[in-house]
Design a protein around this ligand. Structure first.
Ligand code: GLN
Length: 276
């Protein structure tokens, strides 16, 4: 089998996937340890038996629904390639909106906390863009934290610290310039939880009570005691939750509240700051 044949075989096998072509390219690049451009440059190149076997196995697992990010063990986010395991949420492109909003508000030497860091996607992106800032990344899961730590050392980011715990419990009063989070926010009985990649991701990183807002409610209330005056809180949420999240910000005393749209034109991130 050559590269062109392998791509053809894989795409035909994965017709039920949302993105057979891209899935197949990622899986073949993983088996051949090459970049995508190589596939287009050398379509006639023959796979070794070992490469072909590995590729066919990956295609079979993908056909059963396993996420591509789990099969290849990584996902690109912002400017970073991040290690991903079944213990972490797979970073989504929509979360890059939160990173860009945070960067608009950041100035040098700020202290930032990323709550529920997972792979470290948000924390490490901010740390890499603003080396003078100190980023604290927390997660309730020690397995997720281990992945985030690996990602930080792989990218040689020295301005990140990690701790295990629940939201802001370990943080003292009014010491933070910014809090960012992509917490779980899906309704517990949402049918999406049993579809696609989500089936293979940790439920604790996805679902949060009947209306999906249990964790967001807790974070907003805790945040107001941990931020400095004029400190910012930025939270990712569901496409239909902006109004409720804005109300929660408002009730907790936040000002300058606004919601922002993701690539799919859905309100995805709400931000606000404490008054002076
Ligand atoms: N902060 C991580 C991300 O955005 C993980 C979020 C989570 O587990 N809910 O990818």
């Amino acid at each position: 089998m050559n590269i062109a044949g392998a791509l053809n075989y894989g795409q035909t096998a994965l017709t039920e996937s949302e993105s057979p072509e891209i899935d197949c390219q990622f899986l073949l690049c993983h088996s051949l340890e090459c970049a995508t451009s190589y596939l287009h440059t050398w379509p006639e190149k023959e796979l070794t038996n070992e490469q072909q076997q590995q590729f066919e196995q990956l295609i079979a697992q993908r056909k059963k629904g396993q996420p591509v990010a789990h099969l290849i063990g990584q996902r690109g986010f912002w400017s970073l390639d991040l290690k991903v395991t079944a213990d972490t949420l797979i970073p989504r492109p929509d979360t890059e909106l939160l990173v860009s909003l945070a960067l608009e508000k950041l100035t040098s030497q700020m202290t930032i906390v990323d709550l529920g860091t997972g792979t470290g996607a948000i924390a490490l992106s901010l740390a890499s863009e603003e080396p003078s800032c100190m980023v604290f990344a927390s997660d309730a899961s020690s397995a997720a934290l281990a992945v985030a730590k690996d990602n930080a050392s792989h990218h040689q980011l020295n301005n990140v610290r990690f701790w295990q715990g629940s939201w802001l419990c370990a943080i003292s009063d009014h010491c933070l310039d910014m809090i960012v989070s992509n917490p779980p926010y899906i309704e517990a009985n949402d049918e999406h939880l049993s579809q696609g990649d989500v089936r293979f991701e940790p439920i604790a990183a996805l679902a949060s009570g009947a209306d999906g807002l249990d964790d967001i409610r807790e974070i907003i209330v805790q945040a107001k005691d941990c931020l400095k005056p004029e400190g910012w809180l930025l939270i990712e949420h569901g496409y239909h939750q902006a109004k409720q999240v804005q109300e929660l910000f408002f009730s907790a005393g936040f000002v300058t509240i606004s919601s922002h749209k993701d690539y799919g034109d859905n309100d995805r991130v709400t931000i606000g700051q404490l008054p002076l």
